[in-house]
Design a protein around this ligand. Structure first.
Ligand code: SF4
Length: 457
């Protein structure tokens, strides 16, 4: 069994996965309501897709426009080819500024490049509540927008009591207050703020962050230095396109009309402004994206990281985020990680191809098509595969009516013999994966083909 399968099998039915499933169902319902209550959402999604595909098709032009606009606004722009270069750029900026303490807002890109690990010599504090919990627990995020979806409030209460030395409570407002007073001190002492960016606007050189807690705004306005790490695919041409994407993102992620805080940072503080950083840096990170852009998987770069595909995915709901391994879980991760060349090679097989992710995706990324393409290339590469041999044999039998009828009769006989009280508890070979977690109903009587023939008669 591959590592991925072992992890997934071990996760099924565990308490963290049960908590994840409840959270995912809640978010999926909020998104569904936001969509049905707002009829133009269908057109907004088409428009959002067109914007993302247009930007990707003209990425070089928008990247140079962004660099010029950002520099004009006073931001220093750095280009990083890979994770190691991005981390070393951030470290040099911090050292040059004499920074020791850093506050950080949630960013999948910084998880991807392992920034916190690389900044070992600095005191880095995650300030998104979920990421803060993940950090003090020594855990990993399990969802793109809700990093601690796998933890219950009782667990979080015990964690706060153990690590922060406060009295136990599992009351969410009180837990919030505890985290807030702890983080407030960190914001005020910070020498630098590090954020990701939901979008970067080419025409203005701005980086845009959306949060529901306001921590992104504190990271970008209180410390004297702000560093934003931006994946090169996160560009939008101008504020007009940004407005469409912000609305589609919020409705798809949490069912909100807009996220509570939208922060737009365009260069350092001006002489007449009271707050804001005196130094702003943007690190544009490639880390495999140029290669993906030139490949058959380019469409996945249109992703706006809303998490909607995770919430509706039957596989994600059953195994949770950690079982996927790596940084990006769920359907988007099953495409993005192999495309970027990270994570388990067999991730594209972690899907039932039911199409729920494509239905939910606000930019209509055809994830099942991308998964099938990746599977195809994986199978092509292997010189011999039992699965390929089995499918070849199946295709021959299924295309010959006599062989097919014989196959069905033998199969039906075998299943009837194996059934006890109408249920089959164990199947052999690859089919055992099904019965490892559930029983299979035995064949109906009479068989469908006999029933159909008699009915027509
Ligand atoms: S693939 Fe689509 S649904 Fe999934 S996170 Fe990205 S934008 Fe959202």
């Amino acid at each position: 069994m591959s590592e991925l399968r072992t992890r997934m099998s071990a996760a099924i039915g565990t308490a963290p996965v049960e908590a994840t499933r409840r959270g995912a169902e809640r978010l999926a319902e909020l998104r569904r309501r936001a969509e049905t209550d707002y009829p133009p959402m269908g057109e907004m999604r088409d428009l959002a897709r067109a914007i993302r595909l247009h930007t990707l098709a003209n990425l070089h032009r928008y990247l140079s426009e962004f660099c010029e606009s950002a520099q004009r606004a006073g931001t220093r722009v750095h280009l990083a080819a890979d994770a190691a270069e991005a981390n070393s750029i951030v470290e040099s900026i911090l050292r040059a500024a004499g920074a020791r303490t850093v506050v950080k807002s949630k960013s999948m890109l910084t998880e991807e490049i392992g920034l916190n690990h690389a900044l070992d010599g600095f005191r880095v504090t995650e300030t998104d509540l979920g990421e803060f919990i993940v950090q003090i627990a020594g855990d990993r995020p399990s969802h793109i927008i809700a990093p601690v979806m796998h933890r219950t409030r009782q667990e979080i209460g015990r964690l706060f009591a153990d690590v922060l030395g406060v009295a136990y409570t599992d009351d969410p407002p009180q837990l919030n207050d505890i985290a807030r007073s702890h983080l407030r001190r960190r914001f005020l002492e910070a020498d630098a703020g590090i954020t990701g960016a939901n979008f970067a606007v080419a025409s203005t050189g701005s980086v845009v962050l959306v949060t529901n807690e306001g921590n992104g705004r504190m990271c970008t306005s209180l410390p004297p230095v702000h560093i934003a790490l931006v994946g090169i695919e996160r560009l939008v041409p101008s504020p007009a396109e940004l407005a469409v994407l912000l609305e589609v993102l919020a409705r798809s992620a949490t069912g909100q009309r807009l996220s509570v805080y939208t922060t737009v940072v365009t260069g350092p503080r001006r002489p007449d402004e009271e707050d804001g950083p005196v130094e702003t840096h943007v690190v544009l990170v490639d880390n495999g994206r140029s290669r993906v852009l030139a490949s058959e998987d380019a469409e996945i770069l249109a992703c706006i990281r809303c998490g909607a595909c995770l919430n509706v995915c039957p596989v994600y709901r059953e195994v949770g985020g950690h079982a996927y391994g790596g940084v990006y879980p769920g359907p988007v991760g099953a495409v993005l990680q192999p495309a970027l060349g990270v994570g388990s090679a067999d991730l594209p097989f972690a899907s039932s191809l039911c199409g729920a992710c494509r239905e939910a995706c606000p930019v209509r990324i055809d994830i099942p098509r991308l998964l099938v393409g990746l599977r195809h290339r994986l199978v092509d590469r292997s010189s011999f595969s039992w699965l390929g041999l089995g499918l070849e044999a199946y295709s021959r039998v299924a295309s010959n009516p006599t062989a097919w009828r014989l196959f069905l009769s033998l199969g039906s006989f075998g299943l009837r013999t194996a059934a006890r009280d109408g249920w089959i508890g164990r199947l052999p070979f690859h089919a055992s994966a099904w019965t490892a977690h559930r029983d299979l109903p035995g064949p109906g009587a009479p068989p469908f083909r006999v029933w159909w023939r008699n009915r027509n008669r």
